[in-house]
Design a protein around this ligand. Structure first.
Ligand SMILES: [Zn+2]
Length: 140
């Protein structure tokens, strides 16, 4: 694809005046998703050393910026998973306390297993988050 045509298509996309067909002319489908809208990303400028990505909406990322966005999204997801695991522990402990009062040993056993599994998951997630942050700063 010649450069002026590519620039025109990308300009249209930047103005949010484009379709999925236009972005398909820019490059090949990357099978990755746009961090901003979740749409498919197309890889453009394959022949140069500078790789960029565009979604059909018009969000654009240099490869390095895409990596930064992906790492930030992973950190958010891991943080969300950690919070969910910690909340499961709190709620299961509350229910276990009630089961203990009722003498419901079957329920108590299941809740204790859930508490242990969620505490283990939280510890693993916490370690991943800490290791991820240090890896992020070492790489970027
Ligand atoms: Zn997008």
């Amino acid at each position: 694809m010649d450069s002026p045509n590519q620039i025109r298509i990308e300009s249209e996309m930047a103005a949010m005046d484009s379709s999925e067909n236009a972005v398909q002319k820019l490059g090949k489908l990357s099978y990755m998703t746009c961090p901003e809208c979740g749409g498919s990303l197309w890889q453009v400028d394959e022949k140069s050393n500078f790789v960029r990505f565009r979604c059909h909406v018009g969000h654009g990322y240099a490869a390095q910026d895409l990596l930064t966005e992906e790492i930030q999204q992973l950190d958010k997801m891991l943080g969300g998973a950690l919070r969910a695991s910690e909340e499961i522990v709190k709620t299961a402990r509350l229910l276990a306390e009630l089961a203990r009062k009722d003498g419901s040993t079957v329920t108590l056993d299941r809740l204790d297993a859930r508490i242990n599994a969620s505490m283990e998951a939280a510890a693993t997630l916490r370690a991943l988050i800490l290791r991820g942050n240090s890896a992020f700063h070492n790489v970027l």
